[in-house]
Design a protein around this ligand. Structure first.
Ligand SMILES: *[C@@H]1O[C@H](CO)[C@@H](O)[C@H](O)[C@H]1NC(C)=O
Ligand SMILES: *[C@@H]1O[C@H](CO)[C@@H](O)[C@H](O)[C@H]1NC(C)=O
Ligand SMILES: *[C@@H]1O[C@H](CO)[C@@H](O)[C@H](O)[C@H]1NC(C)=O
Ligand SMILES: *[C@@H]1O[C@H](CO)[C@@H](O)[C@H](O)[C@H]1NC(C)=O
Length: 387
């Protein structure tokens, strides 16, 4: 009798699992997942008064050996992952996270939260930039600039073309991602409630940009800004490469994007998230890309590119303020999403703009790129039952 009852219960559970997709194991479904790229971006969130990310550690196979644990608050509402730096580390870690059975991420908001090089036309050390477009800036042909044709502005030009300023004709799919702008505007509004950090080191260094009127934003105090991000594995620097990246972002986004932050991971993390969306495991409309200025992408007037890199880069005058402002601005975004969960965020923030990749993989027509290079839209599949 008892065994018959047990067997019926197991059969019912089996049916529930297989026909509704409801898993039997306990999964966390965080409201916000913070994605950081190296240890100091990660630890800027530790020991803060708002929440304790070290209350719960979950080991996930495939994460960075530098930290194989996802860190979460006790209730599992907020989690954080460290990818390690560069495109390969970011793509592999986020892929491992998305396809881990420990999480149900279908309603989760992702906050990409790292430091970056900053364009002195638009921001300064400690600026907090929220992007709509992420462009993979060095996925291009390259001729060493010493061998380039004299009419080329630089050594890079788009794949499948014969020179600069032609839209690339050979597309890999990770060149451009466009994020939900309505969500970005909400994140910006939350971040603007923060009192940002500023330091004497950052002030002294940014003052060197005062000689060039076009760099007024570099001399001003840090603020929250809306402008776009460029991904490259190369830690490039200098006015010539920076001008090249400005042009590349404009070209690839059909003049909609404005480059202001340079980093080494975002297109890679976004590529993994896009695949997660295609598999029905994440919502690509729930991603916020935030980067804080830690070093200028080019030297101040009168300084060489090399000195600009060596004096101005990581562990330089903007390092502390950029780490501090990840937390100060980012925590407002996290709290804003949690506090308005039922009212706004549980259901999602409807996008008014195209959201997705250059191929239109998630449906809809990108407002950039060349039509009919794109694959036919594919509907996101129902998640597998063993999610
Ligand atoms: C989680 O891991 C961190 C180190 O990464 C440790 O300091 C913390 O105590 C751990 N938390 C728990 C609940 O074990
Ligand atoms: C900025 O942060 C540093 C620590 O990183 C702190 O010492 C300093 O007091 C802060 N300054 C302001 C203006 O908040
Ligand atoms: C983007 O610009 C390219 C030329 O650079 C053009 O061929 C293409 O049609 C434009 N795409 C859109 C969606 O307007
Ligand atoms: C692009 O593809 C669509 C549908 O697949 C087709 O109707 C249209 O004619 C194509 N346009 C060009 C310029 O080839």
């Amino acid at each position: 009798m008892i065994s018959c009852l047990l067997s019926t219960i197991f059969k019912l559970l089996w049916l529930v699992r297989n026909f509704t997709g409801v898993p039997l194991t306990v999964q966390l479904s965080p409201k916000v997942f913070i994605i950081d790229f190296f240890s100091m971006e990660q630890s800027t969130w530790f020991g803060i008064p708002e929440f304790d990310l070290l209350a719960r550690n979950i080991t996930i196979p495939g994460l960075s050996p530098k930290d194989p644990d996802v860190h979460c608050t006790k209730d599992g509402a907020i989690c954080q992952v460290l990818t390690s730096e560069g495109e390969i580390n970011a793509a592999t870690a986020i892929t491992a996270l998305i396809f881990s059975s420990a999480f149900d991420l279908r309603n989760t908001y992702f906050l990409l939260a790292g430091i970056a090089g900053i364009n002195p036309h638009l921001g300064t050390l400690g600026s907090v930039a929220f992007s709509r477009y992420a462009v993979q800036a060095t996925l291009q042909y390259e001729i060493d600039a010493r061998e380039k044709p004299s009419q080329f502005p630089g050594g890079y030009f788009p794949q499948g073309t014969s020179g600069p300023d032609m839209y690339p004709l050979v597309i890999y799919g990770t060149e451009v991602f466009e994020l939900n702008d309505a969500l970005r505007q909400r994140a910006i509004a939350f971040a603007r409630t923060a009192v940002l950090n500023d330091t004497a080191d950052a002030q002294a260094y940014r003052a060197k940009y005062a000689a060039e009127p076009a760099f007024a934003a570099a001399v001003a105090a840090p603020s929250v800004i809306a402008c776009d991000s460029a991904t490259a594995d190369t830690f490039w620097t200098g006015s010539l490469l920076a001008t090249d990246v400005e042009r590349t972002v404009k070209l690839l986004t059909n003049d909609s994007g404005t480059y202001c932050t340079a980093q080494q991971e975002d297109n890679a993390a976004l590529a993994a998230l896009l695949r997660g969306a295609l598999a029905g495991r994440v919502d690509f409309g729930r991603i916020v890309e935030m980067r804080t200025g830690s070093n200028f992408d080019r030297p101040p007037p009168g300084m060489s590119a090399l000195d600009g890199l060596l004096f101005g880069m990581t562990v330089g005058p903007g390092f502390q303020v950029s780490l501090e402002n990840i937390y100060l601005a980012g925590v407002k975004v996290v709290q804003g999403i949690i506090a308005n969960w039922g009212k706004t965020f549980a259901a999602g923030v409807p996008a008014q703009n195209y959201v997705g990749d250059i191929l239109g993989s998630l449906g809809g027509a990108p407002d950039f790129g060349i039509q009919n290079q794109t694959s036919p839209p594919r509907k996101a599949k129902k998640p597998p039952p063993d999610l």
